[in-house]
Design a protein around this ligand. Structure first.
Ligand code: GSH
Length: 214
């Protein structure tokens, strides 16, 4: 049995999408970041980083969304994280690409446009948004070309990398990032959003997100 401590933003969503796609049994424990529940003494006894998501499994704690996704995918021996070394490396490659490049910049725009005003962290910075948008466009161009040849990021079938990346991609809705020039990327996101596992993951956080963001 797994227990996931998390919020409703992209780092937690990566792990929720992966846990649901793997079909594992887990408990979700909401950590209210607005109330600084991640900085309480008891939470800081988990990995002392004070950030979510945190996975609890067999009495051990693990943080960092990518590490959690790889760990559970490995434990479950899932085809979503193939045993073949090269295929697995390709999954890893795309997870890292999303974390370091388009995901990083989409998250920056989300922070500027959504989190800052909501959490009273100051004005949205238009210069930071424009810079981040330019980086996203730079990275979406080769991604769009890639989807001319394949339906999924890493190999011939959907993998942990695709559902992991959805957590970054779905931010485009909230930040009004235009995908008009990227029809294949839109189709890929549509395939991921249509999964039952995506619906189940969203249902886990929806009551908390609705209460806080409305
Ligand atoms: N690299 C980490 C980032 C974790 C992270 O920054 N989590 C944010 C929420 S999305 C957090 O806990 N922020 C609260 C804080 O820093 O006090 C991951 O991928 O899990």
């Amino acid at each position: 049995m797994y227990r996931l401590h998390g919020f409703f933003t992209q780092n937690t969503m990566k792990t929720l999408y992966v846990l649901e796609a793997l079909g594992v049994d887990y408990e979700f424990c909401f950590v209210d970041l607005m109330q600084r529940e991640n900085r309480t003494e008891s939470f800081m006894k988990k990995p002392p980083i004070g950030k979510v998501p945190v996975l609890e499994h067999d009495g051990e704690y693990l943080c960092e969304s990518g590490a959690i996704c790889r760990y559970v995918s490995t434990i479950e021996k899932s085809p979503l994280f193939p045993a073949d070394k090269l295929e697995r490396a390709r999954v890893d490659q795309w997870m890292t690409f999303f974390s370091c490049h388009p995901g990083r910049w989409l998250t920056e725009i989300y922070f500027e446009k959504i989190i800052k005003p909501k959490a009273n962290l100051g004005e949205t910075d238009p210069v930071a948004c424009e810079r981040a948008e330019n980086f996203v466009h730079q990275q979406f161009l080769p991604l769009e070309r890639r989807f001319e040849f394949t339906d999924w990021l890493a190999n011939d079938a959907m993998s942990t990398a695709d559902v992991f990346a959805l957590a970054y991609m779905e931010q485009v809705h909230a930040i009004d990032f235009p995908l008009n020039d990227y029809p294949r990327i839109q189709e890929w996101v549509g395939r991921l959003e249509a999964l039952d596992s995506t619906t189940r993951a969203r249902a886990r956080v929806q009551p908390y997100a609705q209460a806080m963001m409305s």
